[in-house]
Write a protein that binds this ligand. Structure first.
Ligand code: GTR
Length: 429
């Protein structure tokens, strides 16, 4: 009798341990503002030695590097320095999209050796423009060939390999997927407004699944004997952001492109990525986050919708291992996402939310912009310029732009129109 009793208790303890560790199955997102725990955001303007930062010089020389280091070691992981000389091949078609565009397809060889690794970039430029063209750059989820029906877009070999991984997708005929994501890429509108668009399939840089970083670009950077990223080294978001910087390296060599006016844009996990790319690489003139949510623009300390613990358990490969320390332990975070936004200063940054995208915490995304604004003031710039969230479909902001549009987690023409207006304003077009 006694034995049975202890066995039962043992089983209950095991079950409780399992639940605590997995935490996952029972995760219940909080969507109630009144249930958000009290929290205190770290102050972007308070340096680690407790001095208050009051001017842009101290921000640039002292505080910014501190914050960047914390995001590197605690959140996204350190990105290795580029130790190779990248080379590339370009295929140009002067007459695509019914004569409206020039299409370039650029194969990037990050190590300089085509045998090691390659990444395919698709570029559309408006035709008939004699000056270098300002650009939007963004990673895509489903292959370059899905952004437009254009039959000339190459289908990436990495995309084909990724499709083979699942019985659900292995027999898909790639031709039937052309243009399937075109509603997210307002290519006609972008070209009409005088901008170019460049995009790369994110799986070309690092396939989006947890394989302890055996594929993608990570192994190119392992030191002798290393087989996976260390706790403070880059995960997939770090690698995707690195890929965006390689696109920028190419832009610097293409005289058709105005590399001083490149806006890096991303949606969702790729919005987290555009922010991290913009934070690390100041060559990006404008940074745009579309519905980036947890680990992107949303404040982690609010614990509204997706949380740090939930994201790390669902996607163990996105951030660095050190970020796991903050699972259900957000109060210990030395940074929150308003400080990621502050790393863009004084460059313009745009944060977009969608009303039905509660998982991404629209209010937390807005507040990041608001609480990054004091850093912009050091540069004599107005940040978001309002205290409370604007009405639906009513963009606000100065150097930090913000809107919440009606509808779901997605990228729509409405979003693109705001990004184009924002770029026109800041590039004085
Ligand atoms: C969700 C994830 C979000 C967001 C989204 C996406 O499953 O929880 O953080 O990034 O995926 O990238 O589509």
């Amino acid at each position: 009798m006694r034995l049975i009793h202890w066995q039962k208790i043992g089983h209950i303890i095991l079950l409780l341990c399992y639940c605590a560790i997995s935490g996952f199955s029972q995760f219940q997102a909080n969507y109630d503002e009144s249930k958000i725990p009290d929290y205190k955001l770290p102050d972007p303007l308070l340096a680690e030695d407790n001095t208050k930062i009051t001017n842009s010089k101290d921000w640039i020389e002292k505080r910014r590097p501190e914050i960047q280091r914390l995001f590197q070691t605690q959140v996204y992981g350190i990105t290795p320095a580029m130790k190779y000389s990248m080379t590339f091949d370009v295929q140009t078609d002067q007459n695509t999209l019914d004569g409206k565009a020039i299409r370039k397809q650029v194969t990037l060889y990050p190590t300089g050796n085509p045998q090691d690794y390659h990444i395919e970039m698709l570029i559309y430029l408006p035709k008939g423009v004699s000056t270098p063209i300002p650009m939007f750059l963004g990673l895509n989820f489903s292959g370059n060939h899905t952004v437009h029906l254009d039959p000339g877009i190459k289908i990436s070999s990495h995309w084909k390999e990724n499709m083979k991984r699942s019985p659900k997708t292995e027999s898909i005929d790639p031709e039937t997927t052309r243009g399937s994501a075109s509603s997210r890429w307002a290519i006609d509108m972008i070209l009409k407004r005088g901008y170019g668009l460049a995009t790369i399939y994110y799986g070309d840089i690092d396939p989006d699944f947890d394989d302890q970083f055996q594929n993608g670009v990570h192994p190119l950077f392992y030191t002798q004997g290393q087989t996976k990223s260390k706790e403070d080294e880059w995960g997939s978001i770090g690698a995707w952001a690195w890929g965006l910087s390689r696109a920028m390296d190419y832009f610097e060599k293409d005289p058709d492109i105005d590399q001083r006016h490149v806006s890096v844009m991303g949606h969702s996990r790729l919005g987290k990525t555009s922010l991290w790319a913009g934070a690390q690489d100041q060559r990006f003139a404008i940074v745009i986050s579309n519905d980036s949510g947890c680990g992107g623009a949303a404040l982690s300390l609010r614990r509204f919708g997706e949380t740090v613990g939930r994201i790390n358990r669902s996607f163990p490969h996105w951030f660095c291992d050190n970020f796991n320390q903050y699972n259900e332990n957000e109060d210990a975070l030395p940074v929150d996402q308003h400080m990621l936004i502050s790393l863009m200063a004084p460059r313009p940054v745009y944060i977009a939310s969608a009303f039905e995208d509660r998982w991404a915490d629209p209010k937390g995304e807005f507040l990041s912009g608001k609480y990054a604004s004091p850093v912009y003031q050091l540069f004599g710039k107005r940040g978001i310029g309002v205290d409370t969230m604007p009405d639906l479909n009513t963009p606000v902001g100065h150097t930090i732009g913000y809107h919440i549009r009606s509808g779901k987690h997605d990228v729509t023409d409405y979003d693109w129109k705001q990004y184009l207006d924002f770029a026109d304003r800041h590039f004085q077009k």
